[in-house]
Structure formats: C-alpha cells, structure tokens
Design a protein around this ligand. Structure first.
Ligand code: MN
Length: 716
C-alpha cells in the first residue's frame, strides 16, 4: 500500500514549504472513516484513496488536490459529512471532494438527452475548478488498474465510460500518459480477445523490436553527434490501443507495422530542436505531409513538439518527435504541469489558452437548447479531427476539419455570423467557402446590410452555423409571405370595393382569424402568402356577407371573374385543386411539365404563386418543404398539357407519316415536330404534343413503340 510517508516524501521533494501536517491529518481522518471497509480485492479500502493520492502527487498537483484525493470517498462511502470535512480541512478541500463525489454520481446512460445533461454537469464542474476533474481522473486510473476484481458487467460499463469520456478528457487536458493508460486498459476489458492476441504478438516480437530500437537510437545519436547537437534519444512502442487501431486501419499485421514505435529526441533548447530536425532530414528522406511544427503552433492543450516521419534504416517508416525538456514535461503532464506550486495564483495566459476549448463548450451549451445537438457539438469537439485557428486577438477556436470562415464567424458570435460579408485569412481576402487550416488567423469582415444566404448551407459544416442560418432564412421567408399575403388579401377586398384598412379598424381580422382557426390576424396573411389559403377565402372570412348589389359596387374593370367567392363547387381554374380549393391559379414547372394523372407536388414561390412539379422532379429536393402545398388534379377539368415525346426510328421513308397518324388516332394533337437523321442513319424525332391524361400518353407511346421501324418512344 502507498503510505502517507511515500506521499509526503514525493511532495517535499518538489516543494519544501508544503503543509505536510495537513496531509497527515487527512490521512488519519480517512483511515478512521474507512476503518473495517474492504475492497473487492480483499485489501483494506484505504489502499484506493492512497493510490489515488499518489497519482495526484506524481502529477505534482498542489496539496489541497492531494488531500481531496485522500478524502474523495469519505463522504460517499462513510459516515463522514461535507460539514465534517469543511470544519476540519477548510472549504477549498471540501469543495473539491464535493465536486468529485457529484461527478461520481452522474449516471452514464446511453440515452442521449441524459448523456447531454451529464456532459453539462461535468463541464460545469471542470470549468469551476479544474482540480475536480484531475482528482476524478486519478480516481478513474486507479479503478481501471484494479478492475480485475469487479464483476464482468461492471468491468464493461466502467471500461466503456473510460473510453468514451475519461480518455478523451485526459487527452484534452494534455496528460498523455494518462490518456494512453486509460485507452489501453479500456481496450483490455472491452475487447479481451483482440487485446490478448496483440499482447502475445508484442511479446513474441519483443526481442526483435528491442534490437531495432537500439539500432535506430544508436544511428540517431550518431547523426546528432556529427552535427554537434546535444540530445537524449529514446524509442518505445506506442500504446496497445493505438497500435490496434493502426493495424485495423492499414489491414497489416504487427510484423509489417514499423511505425508503432515513436522515437524521441529531447534537446536543451528550441534551436537544437530545429537543428536536429535538419540533421535527420538530410540523412533520411522525409515522408511528405508528415512534418508538423507544434513548437511554432502549439496544440490548445499546450503540447509542443516537432513531428516528422522519415524513411529510416531498413527502408521502414520511422516517426520522430523532437522537443525540449520543458516541452516534454508539458507533454506528459499537460494542464497539471501548470498547476504546480501555484496555490491561489490566478491563471496565466497559457493556462487560459488551454482552457479556451472548455470555455467555448460552456458558451455553446448556453444556446444549444436541443440536447441531441449539444451532444453532437461536444462529441465533435472531444473526438473529431479538428483545425485550430486564431482570432485576430490571438484566441484559439477549435473547429471541425473542413470548417469555413462562416463556421468560424458563427463560433465567435451568431451576430458576426449573420452579418459576415467576407473574411481575411492571414491578411489575405479569401472566398467564404475557403477551408480553414491549422494556425490560420481569421478576421471576419461584417456589414450591417449582409444577411445569411441560402448558398452558405452548401459549404458550411458546423451544426451551429446550420441551425442559425436556417432559423434566419425561415424567419425571412415568413416575413416575405406575410407581406405578399397582405397585398393579395387587400387586392381581393378591393375587387369587392372594400378596404383592408377599414376591416382592420373594425377589428374584423381578429374575428376572421378566429373563424379560420388561425389564431392571429397576421397568420391569415402568412397563410395566404404561403398559398395555403386563397385570398378570396380570406376575404370571405373577413366579410362573410356579399357586398350589396348597386351600381357603385359592380366589379371593377379588370377584376378577375373568380374573385367573388361562390358556394357551389366549380371547375378549377388551372386543372389543379390547391388544398381542395379550385380557384387558385397554378403554374406548371417547365423542368418536368406535369401531365394530368402524374403524381404531383406544389410549392408556393415568391410572387409567382403556386408552381406544380411532378413528384419525381429532381428540382423539388431543393425546395423548402415549408412552402409546399397539397395539390391534386381536378377530375372534371378538361385541361390539355404540353409534353415532349422523343421517337427514335430507322431512317426510312414513310415512318414519320405513320407516327403522325398514330398520334391522331389517339386524339393527340401535335403542336410541333422536329426530325433529324443521325450519323448511324437513324431518325431522331421530337414532338410537342398536348395530352389530357398520362394514361392517354402511355397508350399512344405504346402504340408508336409497336410501329414497324420504331426503336423507342419516350416522354422527355
Ligand atoms: Mn474512488
């Protein structure tokens, strides 16, 4: 068991002024509280909190964090209360213990809305005091190390949670060793067979690998020496989980995966990092696209290093990381490296940068009301490949790979997104569809007159920007429809020599809205504008009594004949009923030219009324479903519709006459015919004909198809 002496020694080595007495008092309290409790392994329970405290001490966290580690299970598992802890050890330690206890009580279910809520809680706890999550992570590491003692069920649940939540968080906080250990332990319990296979293979190739590593390290050392660069060289295999994923990805077995080893050079200063890189590149061929300069452009978790892959000895890919000793410490300890001996000190600039992603998440969750959307955003942020870009002030924004300046603008603020009229990247104007790259400095140009455009939806990728743009477009469309509807209703009333203004003054609109079941007067206009209600029907609802007949209110010249509402059913104006109404004029789309009997859909277009498409028309996929209205063919209508027919025939005399005769026999009028001979001596004939029903068209096409010398007859 880790003893309190071990912990005090670890702390004293780093910080001579640390309050070791406080640590010992916490230990005594925990030992007393957990007295008699045993772990599943049969050991005294105290083994666990002391193990956790040691992990925290090794992270060089401050004394209150270590105390919280020792006490973290007291409130939950013993009779000790929060008040006891506050009274004995102070509010700071009590708050951390409380935070850890609460995190432990969050149930991780698969139900999405619950998960979203849990993410929120965890983020809140983290944003409040990062030490809470660090203690929780240490707790998780120790539990994972001793997971063999619990039931298979619990093993799986805890391992899954570790893979999905805790390992990514350790990664985000930059604690590399912890991320790798958590991932590997989760792998061991979630895929025991694959893990055991890999372990056997790794053991089987151990000697060979160790020779290879020694060999390469010697060669790297030699190259450094030749160039007068002081540096420590080491090499070791990556984590099991990362090797397993690499094997799955490449479909190769272990013997052929050489880049499972990471070689590392640690130098005294930054200049030597670049010098070492130069020396390596001049000895071995670098693999294009694999060089990354995280020294000039640190990751948001503060990680710094040069990465390169070269074709090394034996023509195998060889991955090398080069960094200074300080950078190495940050790489291993991450955010924890910035908490050491800074008790009560405010966060410096670097720490704030490391928190930037956390604060961004907090900001986003405020305006993402939909839990599914929130969790998607969080998942993107925790797991996906990202690009890290900067505001002109130097704040980091993390965006998913492929994000554009508009995604960036919406990530900064929705107002900036809404008014984004252009973007400068690294000082140069770029198109709005430009894909941001790591390290870009993005300056959004805004204009008060700029509005979100439908075109943006084609290239933006974040759900946040998508939601905001759609929302804006819907609002705008509604406003346009309202204005259009108002105009139409006003016209319909004028045709009856009545005035909308008078109706409004007499509050007739509210009554009409009630009668139509539409709630508010405004809704009447919106419905008319969308074409869901005819202006005449609206007029009738406003003035249920027809105007008295007198010389003065005869229909005005030019008024449409169908302006007066009638009760009896009548033949539709355009051969199509719109939501059961016969008297709405429709247009037929030219792209698909519907024929009576075709399955049809209709959309209300701005200023052009209702446009009817065939259901199969590809254009309809781009139209706003909110603008669609229900339409049906009017059975009583004797509407004739133009349709183009193409007939391919052998190029022989008399064939055209035979085709024309066939049309006539089926009572189909030909409006236009174009005939030409193709190079392979076929006749290509295009006819514009008028048909009353799609069945009639099918019949005539079948008949033409049957003619001697006709190869095909199709509707265009
Ligand atoms: Mn615990």
């Amino acid at each position: 068991m880790v003893t309190i002496d071990d912990i005090c020694a670890t702390v004293a080595r780093r910080n001579a002024n640390a309050d070791l007495g406080l640590l010992r008092r916490c230990h005594a309290f925990a030992a007393e509280s957990h007295r008699g409790q045993l772990r599943r392994s049969g050991e005294p329970y105290l083994v666990h909190p002391m193990g956790v405290a040691k992990i925290i001490a090794d992270l060089n966290l401050d004394v209150p964090s270590i105390c919280a580690g020792i006490l973290h299970d007291c409130v939950e598992d013993t009779s000790a209360t929060c008040e006891d802890i506050r009274a004995r050890f102070g509010a700071e330690i009590q708050k951390i213990v409380d935070g850890v206890t609460k995190l432990g009580q969050i149930p991780w279910t698969t139900r999405e809305e619950r998960q979203a809520e849990n993410f929120r809680k965890m983020l809140l706890a983290m944003a409040h005091d990062i030490r809470v999550i660090l203690v929780k992570l240490a707790d998780r590491v120790h539990n994972m190390r001793t997971l063999q003692f619990v039931s298979r069920d619990k093993q799986e649940r805890v391992a899954r949670e570790t893979r999905e939540i805790y390992a990514p968080i350790a990664n985000r906080l930059g604690i590399q060793w912890m991320k790798v250990e958590l991932e590997d332990l989760a792998f061991q319990y979630l895929e025991p067979q694959a893990w055991a296979d890999l372990r056997n293979q790794m053991e089987g190739t151990e000697a060979e690998r160790s020779n290879y590593i020694d060999d390469v390290c010697a060669k790297l050392g030699q190259v450094l020496a030749e160039n007068d660069i002081a540096g420590e060289v080491s090499g070791r295999a990556k984590g099991f989980w990362s090797i397993h994923q690499k094997m799955q990805r490449t479909g190769r077995d272990l013997e052929h995966v050489y880049d499972i080893i990471a070689f590392r050079i640690i130098t005294a200063n930054v200049r030597d990092c670049y010098a070492a890189l130069g020396a390596i590149h001049s000895n071995w061929m670098p693999v294009p696209g694999r060089f990354k300069d995280y020294i000039a452009l640190p990751k948001p978790n503060l990680y710094q290093s040069l990465h390169t892959t070269v074709i090394g000895p034996g023509s195998e890919r060889m991955e090398v990381q080069i960094r200074t000793r300080d950078m190495h410490r940050t790489a291993e300890e991450g955010i924890a490296a910035h908490w050491q001996y800074k008790e009560q000190a405010p966060l410096g600039g670097n720490e704030r940068k490391a928190f930037a992603w956390l604060h961004q998440l907090m900001e986003w969750q405020r305006d993402l009301a939909d839990p599914a959307e929130f969790i998607q955003t969080v998942k993107i942020d925790l797991f996906e490949e990202e690009v890290f870009v900067f505001t002109p002030k130097g704040d980091v924004k993390a965006l998913p790979q492929g994000a554009t300046p508009i995604d960036f603008a919406y990530a900064v603020h929705s107002k900036i997104g809404d008014h984004c009229s252009g973007a400068r990247v690294n000082g140069m104007i770029v198109p709005l569809r430009y894909r941001l790259r790591n390290g870009d400095i993005v300056d959004i140009i805004t204009s008060p007159t700029q509005k979100p455009s439908k075109d943006w939806l084609k290239f933006i990728i974040t759900s946040r920007a998508q939601t905001k743009i759609r929302h804006h477009l819907r609002r705008e469309q509604r406003e346009r429809s309202r204005r259009l509807g108002r105009d139409l209703v006003s016209k319909a009333l004028r045709n009856q020599h009545r005035s909308l203004a008078a109706a409004e003054k007499n509050k007739l609109l509210d009554k009409a809205a009630e009668a139509l079941n539409l709630g508010t007067a405004e809704e009447i206009f919106v419905h008319v504008g969308y074409g869901k209600l005819s202006p005449e029907a609206a007029a009738l609802a406003i003035y249920p009594q027809p105007p008295e007949a007198s010389a003065d209110n005869l229909p005005a010249v030019g008024a449409e004949a169908h302006a007066l509402p009638r009760r009896e059913p009548k033949r539709s104006v355009g051969g199509v009923r719109v939501q059961g109404e016969a008297d709405i004029v429709v247009r037929f789309a030219k792209c698909c030219s519907p024929v009576p009997g075709d399955a049809i859909v209709a959309f209300v277009s701005r200023g052009r009324g209702v446009i009817v498409h065939t259901r199969a028309c590809p254009k309809t996929f781009n139209l706003d479903p909110a603008r669609s209205v229900e339409v049906s063919w009017d059975e009583d209508s004797r509407l004739l519709r133009p349709v183009a027919v193409q007939v391919v025939s052998e190029d022989k005399p008399g064939i055209l006459a035979a085709i024309s005769k066939c049309f006539l026999e089926h009572s189909v009028n030909i409006a236009q015919a174009k005939c030409k001979a193709t190079e392979d001596s076929r006749g290509l004939n295009t006819f514009q004909v008028a048909v009353g029903h799609v069945d009639q068209l099918k019949k005539v096409l079948r008949a033409i198809q049957g003619l001697d010398g006709v190869i095909s007859a199709t509707r265009l």
